[in-house]
Design a binder for this molecule. Structure first.
Ligand code: GLN
Ligand code: ZN
Length: 757
């Protein structure tokens, strides 16, 4: 019988138990003992769930209190000096690295956090110092293996592979990867030896870095590491697990090493099948074929999956079916959803339901006549019915789009002149990114309205009061372009999703983003359309209160798409264009209602940029940038379009950003020592820019001098006519007092500098 493997299981708990336990622990409300108990009970539940579902290779050590990379660092003695110097106990030291520490023993910052490949999960970046001795000091993987064994579950320990670990580490001194290669191999060899002693059958080394662009040197290093490491295998079998893409640069090297199993992703790694076809697969190894999508929430259509498995089987004698990546990236269970209708629910598979899919497929693949099997027939019934999610009008609009629809006229330079006359702004115009502090009062107003405790009238009256206060504050401080403050918005994607046709919302489909933070992405269920204006009311109200310009505030199509669970029955491009058409209608309505400046946020524009450069344009940027252009191409020349991004790491795609053809772009810059400015300068970036002058992620108030310094650095590289002054991002997470002080200093700095220009 074919076997099934799970790469990793979500760890927070179906009701986010781990999150709440951790937060209580951080506040000192519960002891470490209680925290450990909660964790142990979650691990047990998850192992037994998988065992009961018939998973043959069940992961252990996929649990973490905060992050798996952080666990690996601590296991390998990669603990920066600044944490050791605090002289805390082991648990507190771990959380100091995770979250920073401020207290009796000192004041240190946390490890940096980075996006985990092309997901919305974030890992803590290991820091390797010259004086560090990398060695196996932790027992976590062994303890968890034994713990599972005590419940009768024989697990497959999951370890971040040595190559991915060092490739994602930051080397803080003179030394580099090669200086640590020997000690890393030794540490990982010891892991294998220990698992030999404990009687583990299979150990999984996760090496997702292999699906990114690898240089010849990378491949050599990888090969050298494993050639030596695999000598320590003994009786333990070793599975090299990859995910999030294909291994096109190193397939032949991988299969010639002494691994027992190789895990390939056939969902995101479409090219993996070509690699198999071209090169075959060694008969002495097992192919772990990732065919159940670990990143999306749609049920598999068995009539398509079975032929796919058979196609893979043609090239590999021994296969195990598997999830495409860890199930960490999907929510727990449909059982938690009480409000979704069954007619929708039947299309979904969250983590628990994916276990059922693996079990079904195991049986069906051995069946000589699967289509006669009731499991198959039940599944086929769902996919044979037409899904009520098609909107022919929208389809037609998308299919008849032409080049003209993506082109705003007149050209950028021409518009710049027209708008200069229209607005007559001073040099260094000042503005904010949109949201103002979401105080407890603001959140209470929204939640009372949602729970039916206050009327719509009361809800709106409160929001209008907040808008009035916000406008008068901005006027008093002296901003040139004002915003209404976004008090009606909980989240920049959910707010629009709720007002558009085609979205579904869940109650408890939480997914871990980092540490204890979970997000609940909406589901794109069908074709997207807008039936009525969404933001016009509040924007027009705000504009009625002032003679200054109000900036309308929208979320762009790519961000809405990237922060939702996308459809699998139509392409991402098609969905993006549908959303773009809906937001375009909103843009035109705002314009018709007298709003002359409109910001279209693309906070998450490059979040799903493909992992390999060769795929950037064809597979992503071409349609993503087009979708943005479609949103604003219909406005008058004198209407000014702004956009905003939450980072400035777009050095490699500056041309594409310019090609969005916005009039003004604001982005985060204060934490990244302004290297982007040089790139903008050397590319003759034509879009006017507002690089954030202070970091809104911290409550710290920047001084006038500091802001002037930042602006002077920008002015040294950019024409003064091309620069706006604004914070890094929205202010919703900040307190009111610090916000007022920071904004006063921002405007004061701009005004002082203007005099000297
Ligand atoms: N306009 C949004 C705000 O200010 C933008 C948020 C974001 O970029 N994440 O909150
Ligand atoms: Zn932002």
């Amino acid at each position: 019988m074919m076997k099934a493997s799970v790469i990793g299981y979500p760890r927070v708990g179906t009701s986010r138990e781990l999150k709440f336990a951790l937060e209580s622990y951080f506040k000192g409300e519960i002891s470490n003992e209680v925290l450990q108990k909660t964790a142990a009970s979650l691990r047990k539940t998850h192992w037994l769930k998988q065992a009961g579902s018939g998973v043959d290779f069940i992961p252990s050590n996929d649990f973490s209190f905060y992050d798996g990379m952080l666990d690996t660092s601590f296991m390998l003695n990669v603990i920066p000096k600044r944490y050791k110097a605090l002289e805390l106990n082991a648990v507190s030291e771990y959380f100091a690295a995770a979250r920073g520490y401020q207290g009796a023993n000192g004041d240190v910052r946390a490890l940096a956090m980075k996006k985990w490949f092309n997901t919305n999960y974030h890992y803590l970046v290991p820091e390797i110092e010259d004086t560090m001795e990398i060695k196996l000091t932790g027992r976590k993987p062994f303890d968890e293996f034994l713990e599972a064994k005590s419940f009768g579950v024989k697990t497959k320990p999951v370890i971040t592979g040595p190559f991915t670990f060092i490739k994602l580490s930051r080397f803080t001194g003179e030394k580099a990867v090669s200086d640590f290669a020997g000690s890393i191999v030794k540490a990982y060899s010891e892991i294998l030896k220990e698992f030999n002693k404990l009687g583990a059958e299979l150990v999984q080394f996760d090496e997702p870095i292999l699906v990114t662009d690898m240089t010849t040197r990378d491949i050599q290093l990888f090969t050298n590491l494993y050639r030596e490491l695999l000598n320590a295998k003994g009786n333990v079998k070793v599975l090299l697990q990859t995910y999030f893409g294909d291994v096109r640069n190193c397939y032949t090297e991988i299969v010639s090493l002494n691994f027992n199993g190789i895990g390939l992703d056939f969902i995101e790694g479409q090219k993996n099948i070509e690699l198999l076809e071209k090169n075959g697969f060694p008969s002495d190894k097992t192919l772990f074929a990732g065919i159940v999508n670990g990143k999306n929430i749609w049920k598999k259509n068995y009539s398509k999956t079975l032929p796919m498995i058979n196609k893979i089987r043609k090239h590999a004698d021994n296969i195990v079916i598997s999830t495409s990546c860890s199930l960490l990236h999907v929510p727990y269970s449909l059982k938690n959803e009480t409000k979704l209708s069954n007619s929708c629910k039947k299309y979904f598979a969250f983590a628990e339901e994916k276990l059922v899919e693996l079990a079904d497929l195991k049986i069906l693949i051995e069946d000589v006549n699967p289509s006669g099997n009731s499991k198959y027939m039940e599944n086929a019934k769902i996919f044979n019915e037409a899904r009520s999610n098609v909107d022919n009008l929208v389809r037609k609009k998308v299919s008849t789009l032409t080049e003209k629809d993506f082109t705003r006229l007149p050209a950028h330079q021409e518009r710049e002149k027209i708008q200069k006359k229209e607005f007559n702004f001073p040099l260094l115009p000042t503005t904010t990114i949109g949201s103002f502090p979401q105080t407890a009062e603001v959140r209470a107003n929204r939640s009372s309205f949602k729970r039916g405790k206050i009327t719509e009238e009361q809800y709106k009256t409160f929001n209008k009061k907040k808008i009035r206060e916000c406008i008068s504050l901005q006027e008093k401080i002296g901003f040139d372009v004002l915003v209404h403050g976004e008090f009606e918005r909980n989240d920049m994607v959910e707010y629009f999703g709720e007002s558009l046709n085609g979205f579904l919302f869940t109650e408890r489909a939480w997914v871990l983003s980092y540490g204890t933070r979970c997000v609940k992405p909406p589901i794109i269920w069908g074709d997207i359309s807008r039936s009525k204006p969404i933001t016009v009311g509040y924007s027009v109200y705000a504009q009625s209160l002032t003679n200054k310009h109000i900036k309308g505030m929208l979320t762009g199509p790519v961000t809405i798409l990237n922060w939702s669970f996308p459809r699998e029955d139509i392409s991402l491009k098609e969905s993006a264009l549908q959303i773009a058409l809906a937001i375009r209608e909103e843009v035109l309505d705002l314009e018709a209602s007298g709003i002359k400046i409109i910001q279209i946020d693309e906070a998450a524009l490059i979040e799903k940029l493909p992992l390999r450069k060769a795929d950037w344009h064809n597979e992503y940027l071409n349609w993503a940038i087009s979708a943005f252009r479609l949103v604003h191409s219909g406005v008058k020349p004198e209407t000014q379009i702004h956009t905003h991004m939450c980072y400035s790491e777009f050095d490699d795609i500056v041309k594409d950003i310019d090609h969005m053809d916005a009039d003004v772009i604001t982005f985060e810059a204060s934490r990244s020592n302004l290297t982007i400015i040089d790139v903008l300068n050397s590319c003759n970036f034509r879009t006017t820019v507002g690089p954030g002058v202070y970091d809104i992620h911290s409550p710290r108030v920047p001084s006038v001098g500091e802001i002037k310094d930042a602006l002077n650095k920008m002015l040294a590289k950019l024409p003064k006519e091309k620069l706006w002054v604004n914070p890094d991002c929205g202010l919703k997470t900040r307190g009111e007092a610090e916000t007022v002080l920071s904004l006063e200093n921002l405007v004061a700095a701009a005004k002082e500098l203007r005099k000297s220009l």
